[in-house]
Ligand binder design. Structure first.
Ligand code: SAM
Length: 190
């Protein structure tokens, strides 16, 4: 009953690498139609279903409309690249902070591979700026990228700011050959 097959990518990553834990606050960027947020709601116990563990929080942001989801808060029709978005996010996150930033964002593909690649890298770099304001020390960022000339640049930036950075190619995205994820953990903070 996931809204989109992309859920299985996050489930696979989380099963292997334990990104989401009960009680965590999660920012899900590029959240529409909401499948990653569904996974996050379950894994951080955002509904408080399990009384034995802490209750987490999920905030999803997308350019598109996202249908309501129990346990998640959504900022629909909102551009992560817009400067005013940071304040909106800060006002909605508990104490203005996130333990985990997820990004499955993807710009509308032009079909020009290098251009699409660069647009997505820009989005990820912009997110890294936002992380400075909202990500807790030792926090995690998981972001999708498309292979290309600037992937290394993004990886190097992540390595400056996180102690542990790895590249992940989920089984569930095999068919999309250009797509990978960087999982950056142990944010050094500022
Ligand atoms: N993870 C989602 C799920 O499981 O339902 C699927 C995400 S879909 C692959 C990529 C999304 O990124 C699209 O909905 C798109 O609107 C969004 N997106 C692209 N650029 C964005 C931006 N600048 N700000 C917010 N969302 C953006």
């Amino acid at each position: 009953q996931y809204r989109c097959r992309s859920a299985f990518k996050l489930l696979e990553i989380d099963d292997k690498l334990c990104v989401l834990r009960p009680g965590f606050s999660v920012l899900d960027c590029g959240a529409a139609p909401g499948a990653w947020s569904q996974v996050a709601v379950e894994r951080v116990n955002a509904l408080g279903t399990d009384a034995a563990v802490p209750t987490g929080f999920v905030l999803g942001v997308d350019l598109l409309r996202i249908s309501p989801l129990e346990g998640a808060v959504f900022l629909s029709e909102t551009d992560m690249a817009e400067p005013s978005t940071l304040r909106a996010i800060q006002s909605l996150l508990p104490l203005g902070k996130a333990d985990v930033i997820l990004s499955d964002m993807a710009p509308n593909a032009t079909g020009i591979k290098e251009l699409d690649h660069q647009k997505l890298i820009r989005l990820c770099l912009g997110l890294l700026d936002i992380a400075q304001s909202i990500l807790k020390p030792k926090g995690t960022m998981l972001c999708k990228f498309w292979d290309g000339s600037e992937a290394r640049l993004l990886q190097n930036r992540l390595k400056e700011q996180f102690q542990d950075v790895r590249t992940i190619k989920p089984q569930a995205s095999r068919k999309d050959s250009a797509e990978s994820y960087y999982l950056a953990r142990l944010y050094r903070g500022k």
